[in-house]
Design a protein around this ligand. Sequence first.
Ligand code: FES
Ligand SMILES: [Fe+2]
Length: 380
Amino acid sequence: MFINVWYVAERAAHLKAGAPLQVRMLGRDFVLFRDRDGRAACLANVCPHRGANLAAGKCRDDGTVACPYHGWRFDRDGHCTRIPSEADPTKVPVSAKVDAYPTIEKDGLIWVFLGDQPDAAPPPFDIPEAGNSAYRQLDFNEVWNCSYHRAVEIDLDYAHSHFVHGAWGEEHRARPPYHVVEDWTEHGFASHLIARSQPNRGLWRFLRKEGKGVPSYLKFKLPGFCRRVQVFIGGEGSPMHFVFYHFATPIDAEHVQNRLLFFRGFLKHRFFDATNIKRNHRAIEEDRRICEGISPKAAARSRDWEIMAEHDHLVGAYHRILAVMRDKGWQIDIQRMKDVEAQGLHPSIPSPARRASPSGWVHPEAPRLAARGSIASAAE
Ligand code: FES
Ligand SMILES: [Fe+2]
């Protein structure tokens, strides 16, 4: 699991004013809450006084969240602003602070930056289809019992489409249409292909134009560990298309919170939702069954443990991005984190304030694998 990434922490509609929410990411607990102005905020969910669960506390009128145990108040920057039981409630020890994480709310999602170097990471991107009347939106949320890397990999794997979902039809059979890795950077890449024939199933067979291929455009974006795919069922540029966003947020090394946004640009009446939901659920279930059956549950640290075939080039492109982040020292050392916890300590994901001022924190920083000098040294 990696720090210095923007993750999708929650759907905006789920975070109500006045009601703190507990969210688990990267094997740590966080509290989300709305401040006085309704802006979403995110803090480490452990009170520095005696470790209580801040998410079980209350939002106060001054925009803080109050700990349920002794009422210490914390603002959106993680500073304790008030200790109600003291003679002078405003006299606060310097170490009464928790890690606070940059938060952005847009397009119906709450993004949280988990790490200490926000300037080094690509920011959350726009979702132009959200709130756009040209589309009908459907949302899917699923927790899978597997590493989030497995959920990303299956998204980038066109060869599974035939075996798991019965795609590509007779022309291509098991071999996916030609596609390559395009525009690779350490923040993402793209690919596209044109399926000449697809099995004609369900309602959508009426949308396909005979003789026209079905182009599919894929993008992997590091923020949110997101795959965006746009499929032109009615041929290139046709309004008969849909767009899928899949955000994979690591709950911990062995569980992933999947959030999917599905936008269809055709048959937009809600009457057609049921068939869409059924179709999407079937595909999601088919993927889940595969991913939850993979061993080991936490993705291998090195690709040496698996065989890379020619058609795994998009998966390989993804792992090259992970290797870059590993080289920067941004990968959490899960084994050492367990050791720290076994000592009765609570490792915290480092925040920008911790980097700016490394001393005076009650809880230690989550241990990371050592940075490596060059990308070439990564075992990819
Ligand atoms: S444990 Fe939070 S105020 Fe005491
Ligand atoms: Fe799939």
